[in-house]
Design a protein around this ligand. Structure first.
Ligand code: FAD
Length: 463
């Protein structure tokens, strides 16, 4: 029979494989294994490459300048990861009309003023709703805009609204819960200054750094036999004090407990079968929450044809179709001479570009956007990179988002253990959900809950 405090951790991202495992290890509970589906660690921290330059397919920014210090920023600083301040200050001069040509600065400025009024109204309404602690009253961000009688309508207004909301939440204001989203704790606590990680080692090196503290035994590489890669978990059978985990390659592992750190998207997909079935209340909590999709489409060109120099890093494209290739960024500060441009899309637009071929996306971007903005003589991109988080069965999306209508009670149920199975992941941290820092704290919290359970159990035996 297995020793009494053994744990199987499913997933080697920031929350499970690293922070939960590290917390267990440091508390003296070393009897765990980590089963990771892919051939690498880091999960949604994942570097890619375009034309010899390292790009981030997943998480990219750390926050700075707030009253608290973000753990992901602390680790990034410790390992001297190269980060670059993202300067959004000049955006009012860089918003393009649907058929080309810039909006006049004063027109944009007055639209931004209104967007800031909306933002302030949202923050205030959220405060009022939160102070009524006994009620579940909430609304969507759009609901709040309707209350103010300030719903974005024109392409310009929609583009600015997208920048304020979708660009952060990866879902439209129609969907996102006001009460749990405004104000965004990540920005209030850790600061509104965004630093863009651009380092050849990749943002994933922050998880390597955590891992090396306890999984490398003094070596330069992670070489702990407890970490098992290419182990795709497909079935978790459980009774009161025993868990049996089966992987796609036919391996079977047993322990007393499990910590499941896979994304809420993976939990929704039934990719992992639980035996017995999870109770209905748990399944409802899982399926009523949202996994949003956020896609950075990278393109490498033979030369630059977009504005460069101070105040040009970002530009916005305002289209009548909300979220149509809206937010653009060049990497001249980070990687001079790289000639890389990338555009961010979310939600339905992400699904659409994931389903169509990269060739088609490339043609669409060139014909419908870039040629309109910069003329017909611009060169074709030499390559295009479209990350596919939604179609990837190990993620099924990018990060969680709290939908309007999802109650605090349901949120508790989302992370509630089922017998010996504990849940973690960015989606289980109500304060910083969606962010690396959320995953960081989630892993620590879930491991501590489990340790509490170990202690209760052993106390029970002594009495
Ligand atoms: P994951 O990293 O998903 O870890 C779970 C692990 O489980 C994965 O390694 C996965 O392969 C594995 N797994 C899945 N299924 C199975 C299975 N069946 N068996 C075994 N293993 C399995 N955060 C920020 O702070 N700043 C940002 O700028 C930012 N931008 C982002 C942009 C994008 C495009 C994406 C995708 C994410 C972004 N995030 C950002 C969010 C951040 O990356 C995540 O919140 C965080 O990395 C999640 O960590 P996790 O441990 O909860 O989950």
């Amino acid at each position: 029979s297995p020793p009494s405090n053994s744990v199987i951790i499913v997933g080697a991202g920031m929350s499970g494989g690293f922070m939960a495992a590290k917390t267990l290890e440091e508390a003296g509970y070393k009897d765990f294994i980590i089963l990771e589906a892919s051939s690498r660690v880091g999960g949604r921290l994942h570097k890619g490459n375009i034309g010899g330059h390292t790009i981030e397919l997943g998480a990219n920014w750390v926050n700075s300048g707030g009253p608290k210090s973000s753990p992901s920023l602390q680790i990034a600083k410790k390992i001297k990861l190269k980060t670059f301040y993202s300067d959004y200050a000049n955006l009012t001069s860089n918003i393009y009309k649907q058929d080309g040509g810039l909006y006049q600065k004063h027109v944009v400025e007055s639209a931004v003023r209104i967007a800031k009024t909306r933002d302030a109204f949202c923050t205030n309404l959220s405060k009022i709703l939160s102070s009524e602690t006994t009620r579940d009253d909430d609304t969507s961000i759009l609901g709040s805009q309707r209350l103010l009688k300030e719903v974005p309508m024109t392409p310009l207004e929609m583009a600015i609204d997208y920048f304020f909301n979708d660009y952060e939440d990866a879902e439209p204001p129609r969907i996102t819960s006001l009460k749990t989203t405004y104000p965004r704790n990540q920005l209030v606590d850790f600061g509104e200054d965004s630093y863009f990680v651009a380092d050849p080692r990749g943002f994933e090196s922050v998880v390597h750094s955590v891992a090396k503290q306890f999984l490398s035994h003094g070596h330069q590489v992670i070489r702990d036999p407890r970490l098992k890669l290419n182990k795709v978990v497909r079935n978790i059978s459980y009774s009161k004090d025993k868990v049996t985990v089966k992987t796609e390659d036919g391996s079977v592992y047993q322990a007393n407990y499990a910590i499941v750190s896979v994304s809420i998207g993976v939990l929704q997909s039934d990719f992992i079968e639980f035996t017995p079935n999870l109770p209905l209340w748990k399944k409802l909590a899982i399926n009523n929450f949202n996994m949003a999709i956020y896609t950075k489409i990278f393109m490498k060109f033979p030369y630059k044809f977009w504005p460069t120099g101070p105040g040009t890093e970002f530009f916005i494209y305002a289209h009548e179709r909300r979220g149509y290739f809206p937010i653009w960024q060049h990497l001249e500060n980070e990687m001079p001479g790289s000639n890389i441009l990338f555009v961010t899309v979310t939600d339905e637009e992400s699904r659409r570009v994931e389903r169509q071929s990269d060739e088609k996306t490339k043609a669409e971007i060139m014909n419908n956007v870039l040629r309109k903005l910069f003329g017909n003589k611009i060169p074709e991109p030499q390559s295009i990179f479209v990350p596919r988080w939604w179609s990837n069965r190990f993620f099924n999306g990018s990060y969680s988002n709290w939908p309007n209508g999802f109650t605090q009670q349901s949120y508790k149920e989302l992370k509630e253990p089922i017998g010996p199975i504990y849940f973690t992941g960015e989606h289980t941290n109500s304060t910083y959900l969606g962010y690396i820092d959320g995953a960081y704290f989630a892993g620590i919290n879930t491991a501590n809950d489990l340790i509490k359970c170990f202690k209760q159990f052993s106390d029970g035996h002594h009495i």
